[in-house]
Design a protein around this ligand. Structure first.
Ligand code: NDP
Length: 476
């Protein structure tokens, strides 16, 4: 590697993508530096996926306690302490932060604390230090959007929601995407009154319609209020809480907190990108090619800063592909468009591949298999919760195009199904697979009946929304 520069690679942003790309490059002998102006670990580890998932676990305990009586348990005087949960979460995040710091150190990656800014080709300034690098990797992630609504200064984002001093008794959540529904599940599970406001036609736009319908039903059944086609007109501060006025409506909601989760924008301001000629696209996302390379030689970008498929494992895979290509002479591209994904709502949602509308839009002639059932556990727990599963199959080739699930362990189950779909498995191969009994997952290999009439191309619009087959309890 060249000594003409201080580093072979200088990365801006020590989140999931930045750390993964830096470590992989260093493992091939590159001299690597990384700038971070906050805590090493980034959004996912410090203020996103990981702390959120820990709170989701906390919320699930309430469900277990509620269901315990059905299994003969008497749990008296169970109480919950939000500060204890937050403190436990913080301890774990601190531990992970130390692990990330250790990983950089053991990989020989130099951490430069401060905000990086590209001031010239191959040159980055971090506070008053200037470094040169043959390659620069921008992995600065994204931040929550707060739209210009009067009183928006009284709203919190997911960052603050993870560190509230007290559990809100009532919370209004604006946005029905990943973050909105995940926090709704957390707060509702822990006992808050939750109202979700979505401007569109409900929760999780872009997910399969049957999944959306099922999750909405579960949320409403568990006591949450979901307003669709509604927008916030203004927010007023009232005592320690807020009053939320909906637009074009007399509805006024009172709450202790209002959480905005209406999307995220790439963190690309103040990085000097436009000044050195790096092309930016919609929402100021960095435009890159399939090698994660920008239009400026030597400058690359991965993760949310590029606004492709904004998921942690995708950012990591993009970063590793970059390091393989540039530092290991092993040209590697990563296409994250087919990545499986999960929403850690309560119950969780997970999917891989195409939704039914996407399959139709891509002009597949499809068969759809739908199943809705009460899992065995609930025969005793008394819970009315049902699980929904769906397969979308290409009729001509029999290839399974998409798998969808709402229900306990959806992420764990769909991860396995994703391997089958990645391998191009057919419905016949699903059917030949022996189920694990009794489990919920076995339903994916026992769906024999087409649940709805086949929807072919544009006929979809003329077919009434499918009704799921009646509930059944999995036989023990
Ligand atoms: P999403 O894009 O998932 O959802 C945004 C929601 O806000 C939608 O319901 C959208 O409505 C609504 N919305 C957008 N703009 C406005 C507005 N001006 N006023 C009112 N509502 C609005 O964003 P999130 O913030 O929930 O999450 C950001 C990203 O973070 C996700 O897309 C995902 O990539 C990532 N993420 C992934 C997680 C995971 O993998 N489990 C967990 C958390 C985040 P409409 O549907 O009408 O557009």
């Amino acid at each position: 590697m060249s000594e003409q520069f201080d580093f072979d690679l200088f990365t801006i942003g020590a989140g999931s993508g930045g750390v993964a790309g830096s470590r992989r490059a260093a493992s091939y002998g590159a001299r690597v530096g990384i700038a971070e102006d906050s805590r090493v670990g980034g959004t996912c580890v410090i203020r996103g996926c990981v702390p959120k998932k820990l709170l989701v676990y906390g919320a699930h305990v309430a469900e277990e306690i509620e269901e315990a009586a059905g299994f003969g348990w008497t749990i008296k005087d169970a109480t919950f302490s939000w500060p204890s949960l937050i403190a436990a979460k913080d301890r774990e995040i601190n531990r992970l932060n130390r692990i990330y710091l250790g990983m950089l150190e053991s990989a020989g990656v130099e951490l430069v604390e401060g905000r990086g800014r590209i001031i010239a080709p191959h040159t980055v300034q971090i506070d008053d230090r200037i470094v040169t690098a043959r390659n620069i990797l921008v992995a600065t992630g994204s931040r929550a959007v707060l739209p210009p609504v009067p009183g928006i200064e009284y709203a919190i984002t997911s960052n603050e929601a993870l560190d509230l001093p007290a559990l809100p008794k009532r919370i209004v959540i604006v946005g029905g995407g990943y973050i909105g529904v995940e926090f709704a599940g957390i707060f509702s599970g822990l006992g808050s009154e939750v109202t979700i406001i979505t401007r569109g036609d409900g929760l999780l736009r872009g997910f399969d319609p049957d999944v959306r319908e099922h999750l909405t039903g579960e949320y409403v059944q568990s006591g949450m209020k979901v307003f669709s086609g509604a927008e916030v007109g203004r927010i007023e501060k009232v005592g320690a809480g807020v009053r939320v006025h909906l637009q074009n409506s007399a509805t006024v909601l009172e709450a202790d907190e209002i959480l905005y989760a209406v999307g995220r924008v790439p963190n690309t301001d103040g990085l000097g990108l436009a000044e050195v000629g790096v092309r930016l696209g919609a929402r100021n996302a960095i435009t890159v090619d399939e090698w994660s390379q920008t239009n400026v030689a030597g400058i690359y970008a991965v993760g949310d800063a590029t606004n492709r498929n904004n998921l942690t494992p995708v950012a990591i895979a993009e970063a590793r592909a970059f390091a393989e290509t540039v530092f290991n002479d092993n040209p590697t591209q990563f296409d994250g468009s087919r990545a499986p994904t999960a929403v850690f709502s309560t119950p969780p949602v997970a999917m891989v591949g195409l939704t039914e509308p996407q399959a139709v839009e891509q002009r597949h002639v499809i068969d759809v298999y739908l199943s809705r059932f009460r899992p065995l556990k609930h025969a005793l727990s008394g819970s009315q919760r049902c699980i929904a599963m769906k397969l979308v199959v290409d009729r001509a080739s029999d290839v399974v195009l998409g798998a969808h699930m709402v229900g306990a362990d959806a992420a764990e189950i769909i991860q396995g199904i994703a391997i089958a779909i990645e391998a191009g498995a057919t419905k016949r191969q699903f059917d030949r697979t022996v189920g694990i009994h009794p489990s919920s997952a076995e339903e994916f290999v026992t769906m024999r009946e087409r649940a709805v009439p086949v929807r072919v191309e544009d006929e979809r619009a003329n077919v009434a929304a499918p009704s799921m087959p009646g509930s059944s309890v999995v036989a023990a």
